[in-house]
Ligand binder design. Structure first.
Ligand SMILES: Cc1cc2nc3c(=O)[nH]c(=O)nc-3n(C[C@H](O)[C@H](O)[C@H](O)COP(=O)(O)OP(=O)(O)OC[C@H]3O[C@@H](n4cnc5c(N)ncnc54)[C@H](O)[C@@H]3O)c2cc1C
Length: 397
């Protein structure tokens, strides 16, 4: 049994509440500290939860709660120009992708964690720590402190905990893409469970029917990195004009953009991914989720991997005698998997972000697309069939 009895979890996004619930199951008392005063962080948009993420949520009893507010997407279509390549069904034996609004996911996980007895404190921005031989004390921006045996950094891609563990830790790398989502007043064939991944003349976009009528779409625009505040200062009319120009030769891309009311465009800002992080932990601090492995939105796996990591970390802390052994076992279990997913996403980003060269580079995407269509099992099997055996004791090696 572990000597770790208490934990401070920094960040109340996805990984934080999941870590809180999983630690509770593992017999570790955890409190989650979130920087913002409320759960929704203002970052909108939707997110696809993959079967592996859902499987990890089953372990902490939160899968039903999330499924209740998600939309299943059992079919995906690849389209190149006007040509539909094929339908990529859900892998046999696995549940479909669950589409969910990010703010709803944060809220559902928060509510579920609180209902399970996890304490969550808002308006607590971590600014520093004191790590001693007997414990760790977190200092928050409001001048308060909290002490426990360990501290878990679930504080997202701009993690403070990452730099407290290693001041030389790398920061997020821009993918060279800006993200946008919207609902258009444009009717697609009514097929609510189908999402289409479309490769246009110059770039990638996706779309699906909107349950209330119209169509939801998402697109990336190659662009130098800019902060969310900077991106939102540009009028939505201007973004729609640029997106329209970029997808002028694409159908239904051009129509979707042309039929979008500027008020229904969500500017998501620059897309980032984390390079490999050399140090995942110190003696009493450890990272989970985007803080240590943000594979970029192109992977469709960021949230699912964050959930898996939080659960695996709790399992290691349950079974291994001390923090150092548990953290090392956790890193050994997680690093190869998350870095493989990040490498796949980086290949996709490379082709998406090619800007003016994208026409020439589009063929680079073809092998990925064909492998996906022809061999979905080979493309996604390892990622999506991953299941944590919670009852199996974690081992140090
Ligand atoms: C446009 C876009 C589309 C995406 N699409 C998908 C998708 O389809 N599928 C998928 O699986 N993933 C997707 N992702 C990735 C997914 O959103 C992330 O992987 C996931 O949110 C990571 O969860 P997290 O808890 O690690 O970080 P976050 O959700 O970012 O949560 C971190 C939390 O920590 C808090 N915090 C930060 N600093 C401090 C501090 N100093 N003190 C206290 N609290 C702090 C923040 O306020 C935040 O609430 C997408 C991401 C983007 C940007």
């Amino acid at each position: 049994m572990s000597e770790v009895r208490t934990a401070l979890v920094i960040g109340g996004g996805v990984a934080g509440p999941v870590a809180g619930m999983a630690l509770r199951r593992a017999g570790v008392e955890a409190t989650v500290y979130e920087a913002y005063p409320t759960t929704a962080d203002g970052v909108g948009g939707s997110l696809g939860l993959a079967p592996n993420g859902l499987a990890a949520l089953e372990i902490i009893g939160a899968a039903d709660t999330v499924r209740a507010i998600a939309r299943p997407m059992p079919r995906a279509v690849m389209a190149v120009g006007r040509k539909r390549l094929d339908t990529v069904p859900t892998l046999p034996g696995l549940p479909p992708l669950q589409l969910i609004w990010r703010a709803d996911l944060h809220r559902a996980l928060y509510d579920h964690a609180v209902s399970q007895g996890v304490r969550v404190e808002h308006d607590k921005r971590l600014v520093g720590v004191e790590e001693t031989a007997s414990g760790i004390t977190a200092r928050f921006a409001d001048g308060t402190t909290a002490t426990a045996d360990i501290l878990i950094g679930a504080d997202g891609i701009r993690s403070t905990v990452r730099t407290l563990i290693d001041p030389d830790a790398p920061g997020p790398t821009p993918t060279g893409l800006l993200g946008f989502e919207a609902v258009a007043d444009f009717e697609l064939p009514k097929d609510e469970g189908t999402i289409t991944y479309a490769f246009g003349r110059r770039g990638f976009y996706l779309f699906r029917p909107h349950p209330g009528g119209g169509a939801e779409w998402g697109a990336n625009l190659p662009h130098a990195p800019m902060s969310l505040a900077e991106a939102r200062k540009v009028p939505n009319e201007e973004w729609l004009r640029r997106l329209g120009e970029y997808h002028a030769e694409d159908h239904p891309g051009a129509e979707l953009i042309a039929h979008t009311d500027p008020g229904r465009l969500q500017v998501l800002g620059s897309m980032y991914m984390m390079p490999s992080v050399p140090r995942w932990h110190s003696d009493r601090m450890v990272l989970v989720g985007d803080a240590v492995h943000a594979p970029s939105n192109s992977s469709g796996q960021g949230a699912s991997l964050a959930i898996e990591s939080a659960v695996q970390l709790a399992r290691c802390l349950r079974d291994l005698p001390d923090a150092a052994t548990a953290f090392a076992a956790y890193e050994r279990l997680r690093r190869p998997r998350v870095e493989r997913v990040a490498a796949r996403a980086a290949r996709i980003n490379g082709s998406k972000a090619a800007g003016p060269l994208s026409r020439a580079l589009m063929p680079l995407l073809m092998p990925i697309m064909l492998r996906t269509v022809m061999h979905p099992e080979r493309a996604f099997g390892v990622e999506q069939r991953y299941k944590i055996d919670w009852d199996e004791p974690a081992t140090p090696h």
